[in-house]
Design a protein around this ligand. Structure first.
Ligand code: NI
Length: 191
């Protein structure tokens, strides 16, 4: 048996699973507007879901993904804010909840895998405290600021059917929604 045989990630059998890329739902899919259900227990199915979500996010590529974006109405989000060339830093948050928001705000250009190729500035609290359960079922509380704080707020909004375009003026938001409604109609006609 070659020596390299044992060089495997933490979960040897699971590592044999092929990369599972899932379809990302796009506006105006109604599931993006629904409220996701709390996760009762962190079991193998949740760990598999987290892996699928990370695979899908990295493939897109994106820095964050919430379960409703792949049609799973569960309160789980994944993120990785490592820049290109840096070591990957996957974060998985189960049943996340923001406990504290700073008064200080930050304006960042946001985009969303479910609203492709569109970017707008959004103002949000610059610092937050978030609590969640991790993949080992442990409760975690952590502070985040700037990019990470913004990303967490954006992803957590998805669990309540909120999209970042909801923070834009009505005019801008309607323009985005109409664009995607039209694209959906054209796609239906073509199929
Ligand atoms: Ni998004």
């Amino acid at each position: 048996m070659p020596a390299t045989y044992h060089i495997e990630p933490e979960t040897p059998r699971k590592a044999d699973l092929p990369m599972a890329k899932r379809e990302i739902l796009v506006l105006p899919d109604a599931r993006l507007r629904a409220i996701a259900e709390p996760i009762a227990k962190v079991d193998e199915s949740i760990r598999k879901l987290a892996k699928d979500m990370l695979d899908t996010m990295y493939d897109a590529p994106g820095i964050g993904l919430a379960a409703p974006q792949i049609g799973e109405m569960k309160r789980i989000v994944v993120m990785d804010l490592a820049k290109e060339g840096e070591t990957p830093d996957p974060i998985v948050m189960i049943n996340p909840e923001i406990l504290k928001y700073s008064e200080e705000t930050v304006t960042t250009e946001e985009g969303c895998l479910s609203i492709p190729e569109i970017y707008y500035d959004v103002e949000r609290p610059a610092e937050i405290t978030v609590k969640y359960t991790d993949l080992d079922g442990k409760d975690v509380e952590r502070e985040a600021k700037d990019r990470l704080a913004v990303c967490i707020q954006h992803e957590l909004d998805h669990l309540d059917g909120v999209l970042y375009i909801d923070y834009l003026s009505r005019l801008k938001r309607d323009r985005v929604v109409k664009k995607f409604q039209k694209a959906e109609k054209l796609a239906k006609k073509a199929s």
